[in-house]
Design a protein around this ligand. Structure first.
Ligand SMILES: [Zn+2]
Ligand SMILES: [Zn+2]
Length: 258
């Protein structure tokens, strides 16, 4: 056999071994959907077809730029829905990737309470698209993740809002952790009414000495908003610290609340 034939023989054998090895691995450790754990083809992008479909159903849609609530474009006046038209303007812009239901809800809960941080690889890009389409990405100077209290940060090991903010980061846009939570508060979803939620976060945030918010356009970043009480309180503190504009970017808005 001349050298070329030997090389081609070895190459083919190598490819076949690799193929066999791959099939064996797939048999022994099949790829599973990151959300529902059903077996999937490896080239399916990490989720099963049903979960991709379910995720797309909870994304997009028309929403109010004041509170993020899903509302038909005909129900929006001056960029705001009837529910928040009368309220004081707190944010200078609002964008969301989708609403808190179905697969999107499962994914956000997985990240937050089951440490499934790898799901951010799917959520991050869609969040980035929503931010880019929100109309204020170019005007934003600083991204500000909604902070966790240090006790909760230690318990969880990460702040999901900070991780999400990294997906919105582009050149020249930095993430600031100078907004801090100074009071440990129970989860907002443990509160029963909107006024309880407002009271729960009142005075819970402050800015660090030496912050750089003055005169800057900042964008608050969070995973979920329910009543908006946390975001409103953060926005109030940032404006008090001299922020020229406060925008909000959230992955999901829980519907049925305002
Ligand atoms: Zn699935
Ligand atoms: Zn609204």
């Amino acid at each position: 056999m001349n050298r070329a034939i030997v090389q081609s023989f070895l190459q083919t054998a190598g490819q076949q071994t690799k193929g066999l090895w791959h099939t064996a691995c797939q048999f022994l450790w099949p790829a599973v959907c990151g959300v529902c754990l059903s077996a999937i083809e490896e080239d399916n992008g990490g989720l099963c077809r049903g979960c991709w479909q379910g995720l797309s159903e909870t994304l997009g849609g028309d929403y109010c730029r004041g509170c993020g609530k899903g509302v038909s474009r005909y129900g929006i006046v001056q960029n705001r829905c009837g529910g928040c038209l009368e309220e004081e303007v707190i944010y200078d812009g609002f964008c969301r990737a989708g609403f808190y239901d179905g697969v999107l809800k499962q994914m956000l809960l997985g990240v937050k309470f089951r440490d499934k941080i790898e799901l951010l690889d799917y959520l991050g890009p869609v969040f980035g698209q929503a931010f880019a389409a929100g109309g204020f990405a170019e005007k934003t100077d600083i991204l500000v993740p909604v902070p966790l209290h240090w006790r909760r940060r230690i318990q969880r090991g990460f702040n999901q809002s900070f991780l999400l903010a990294q997906y919105l980061q582009n050149e020249g846009l930095r993430i600031s952790e100078d907004l801090v939570r100074i009071r440990y508060t129970p989860h907002q979803w443990q509160m029963e009414t909107d006024s309880q939620r407002r009271r729960n976060v009142m005075g819970a945030f402050a800015v660090r000495k030496g912050h750089h918010f003055e005169g800057k356009s900042v964008c608050l970043v969070d995973d979920i908003t329910t009543s908006g009480a946390t975001l409103r309180e953060c926005s109030r503190v940032l404006k008090q610290a001299g922020a020229a504009a406060v925008y909000v970017a959230v992955v999901a808005v829980a519907e049925g609340t305002n």
